[in-house]
Design a protein. Structure first.
Length: 99
């Protein structure tokens, strides 16, 4: 399993817009090849946002960006949601635990 990690600064007065945005984006994310899930975590005090996307393979995670799908997701962000452009990296999940 691989993960895409996107870091962004969310405008603090727009944090409550993020959950509904991803509810709307969920069908297109589910349609992406190899997509396994997503966690969106935001520190309300600072606006520091982290999105962890889970993918079956590294190729699936890379294809989401190189196909333009990542850019289409960003294009759906309402104006003023982010304070600046996000930064995305990829990594292999070497440990995972859940209840």
């Amino acid at each position: 399993m691989h993960a895409s990690i996107t870091v962004a600064q969310v405008n603090r007065d727009r944090i409550d817009d993020v959950g509904p945005l991803y509810q709307r984006l969920e069908p297109s994310l589910r349609a992406a090849s190899g997509w396994l899930g997503v966690y969106v975590v935001i520190d309300r005090a600072t606006g520091d946002g982290h999105l962890l996307g889970l993918w079956e393979t590294e190729d699936d995670a890379r294809a989401f960006e190189t196909s333009g799908a990542f850019q289409r997701v960003l294009a759906d962000y309402p104006p003023g949601l982010l304070a600046g452009p996000p930064h995305r990296t990829l990594g292999e999940v070497v440990f995972h635990a859940s209840k």
